[in-house]
Write a protein that binds this ligand. Structure first.
Ligand code: ACO
Ligand code: OAA
Length: 388
């Protein structure tokens, strides 16, 4: 029997399990960098395609590299008839994250690229997913609305093309920029639960599609990516800005977590929130109307009340959830949009894990029953004894 009790880090809180060159969350200053660049500068001056390139290659692309990257991404956007037919057979009631998880698994089974785990093969698979996921997400939202899919356009950028496939039109540049900002902010966040899931699967030398399928499952939960949808459900449940305080008291008394608030790493505010809040404010100003004003007022009132009452700050899902609602997405599409963006970060981590792989396999401190004999009645049931 051990004489000392090992330290338990439930939820791996505070545990440093490996190094990474991809991004860092600096707790002390509430800041975030991708490959060394502050995310607020990237979100202001760059496109999502440039960010995906940066995360995968370590440097921003020059003009020729960007043109080549865009051409390859745009050529891979269409899904084939088999994929579309398979996804059309899923029940319309199933959550779009289930559709996406199934789509990634199926795309993996169909991909003819040699599965040698090389960086070249994995970059090709990563680009395939980056290009095709928006096509799947947009078609699925249209299916739920009883509409035919709109094929991808090779003329449009990543954000514009997705919005066009969803709504049949490209919105004004301000709305496109808000959407692109959200994609850049969601793209990468170090060893969060879904990225760590992808790294665990990869560490067994399994394939990239398996790792991404598992990561989608991890992101779906409301304590992680699913919170952007939960934020919208919560705002609709509260309804009236005047009810924010009373609702919060009831929720806290019932020991409910307030969705879109709190974070495992940031304890004084999420570095991405001011940038996304600014994008949301611009959207609200454009979409002015009584319904938008009511929701924006409620959003601000709840934020104020939660910070005052609990000292817990909003995370990125809080402004992103309302922004997606105002852009016209249905709520179940919010977390799939997160996937379309986070695919860049997940696949960067999969390559990094493979480059310095060690099987991820922690220990547990056993606190079940001590060793004991199996009772004879179970070990040798009467029916067996009778037959002997
Ligand atoms: C993009 C993303 O994935 S960001 C995260 C999205 N998830 C959410 O928004 C879901 C709501 N938030 C939460 O459940 C949590 O804040 C988590 C899961 C994100 C982080 O959890 P942890 O790091 O384990 O922090 P923990 O849950 O221990 O919270 C610490 C304290 O803050 C409180 N707290 C943290 N978040 C919340 C919240 N959303 N609502 C109410 N209280 C909260 C806890 O009750 C706890 O208080 P206590 O010490 O008095 O018990
Ligand atoms: O880092 C985390 O734990 C969750 C998060 O904000 C993200 O994945 O973007």
């Amino acid at each position: 029997m051990p004489t000392t009790t090992p330290a338990i880090h439930r939820g791996l809180a505070g545990v440093v399990v490996d190094t990474t060159e991809i991004s860092t969350v600096i707790q002390e200053t509430n800041s975030l960098t991708y490959r060394g660049y502050p995310v607020q500068d990237l979100a202001t001056h760059h496109t999502f395609e440039e960010i995906a390139y940066l995360l995968w290659h370590g440097e921003l692309p020059d003009d020729a590299q960007l043109r080549d990257f865009q051409a390859r991404e745009r050529s891979l956007r269409p899904t084939n008839r088999t994929t579309s037919a398979l996804l059309a057979r899923l029940p319309e009631t199933c959550h779009p994250m289930d559709v996406l998880r199934t789509a990634v698994s199926f795309l993996g089974a169909e991909d003819p690229t040699e599965d040698d785990g090389s960086l070249t093969a994995n970059r090709a698979k990563s680009l395939t997913l980056l290009a095709k996921l928006p096509t799947v997400v947009a078609a699925d939202q249209r299916r739920r609305r009883g509409l035919d899919p709109i094929p991808p356009s090779p003329e449009l950028g990543y954000a514009e093309n997705f919005l066009h496939m969803c709504f049949g039109t490209v919105p004004d540049p301000e709305t496109v920029r808000c959407f692109e900002t959200s994609l850049i902010l969601y793209a990468e966040h170090s060893f969060n639960a879904s990225t760590f899931t992808a790294r665990v699967v990869t560490s067994t030398l399994s394939d990239l599609y398996s790792a991404v399928t598992a990561a989608i499952g991890a992101l779906k939960g409301p304590l992680h990516g699913g919170a952007n949808e939960a934020v919208m459900h919560m705002l609709l449940e509260i309804g009236d800005p005047q009810r924010a305080e009373e609702w919060l008291e009831e929720a806290l008394a019932a020991k409910r977590k307030i969705m879109g608030f709190g974070h495992r790493v940031y304890k004084h505010g999420d570095s991405r929130v001011p940038i996304m809040q600014d994008a949301l404010d611009r959207l609200v100003a454009r979409a002015a109307g009584p319904e938008t004003t009511r929701l924006a007022t409620l959003h601000a009132a709840l934020q104020h009340t939660v910070i005052k009452r609990k000292g817990v700050h909003p995370n990125l899902d809080y402004p992103a959830g309302l922004a997606y609602h105002l852009m016209g997405f249905d709520t179940p599409t919010f977390t799939p949009i997160f996937v379309m963006s986070r695919i860049a970060g997940w696949t960067a981590h999969i390559s990094e894990q493979l480059a310095h792989n060690a099987l991820i396999r922690p220990l547990a401190s056993y606190d079940g029953p001590g060793q004991r004999p199996v009772p004879a009645s179970i070990w040798c049931p009467a029916s067996v004894v009778d037959r002997q």
